[in-house]
Design a protein around this ligand. Sequence first.
Ligand code: AMP
Ligand code: ZN
Length: 141
Amino acid sequence: MTSGNCIFCKIASGAVPALKVFESDDAVAFLDISPLAPGHTLLIPKSHYRDLIDVPEDVLARLTSHLPKLAGAVLRVTGATGLNLLQNTGESSGQAVFHVHFHLIPRVADDRLGFRWNAGAYSPGEDKAIQAALRAALAGA
Ligand code: AMP
Ligand code: ZN
């Protein structure tokens, strides 16, 4: 399944060039064109799914099975000492390309990438209410 105007579908099919580093029957990994750090890599399924909610479990399982070796290679080749795995779902998260993908972002100490969010705190009882709502939602899932 592909989507006509999707840049990542076009990369997967070869219609648009990309610096591919890995390819299997159902997945492609390539260098992000605007890297947060050298070696910043994107992993995508060849089939078009919009985001993490849209992608079927079996497709996601196969896709993520490639992550350990890919992460290892990115670390070895870049000499990075750490790596952030990032998945944006939804515009408010920063998702700009609506074909599900994982970012592998190499990290070194003091690289000033600043991948830290401003952590908040729950108001009294809010955490338990959310926990109960999530447990109920997931019990039927
Ligand atoms: P996101 O914000 O999670 O949707 O990330 C989309 C990523 O795709 C961004 O980091 C872009 O730099 C990257 N990107 C967009 N177009 C291309 C392209 N043609 N080749 C490689 N990376 C791309
Ligand atoms: Zn697509």
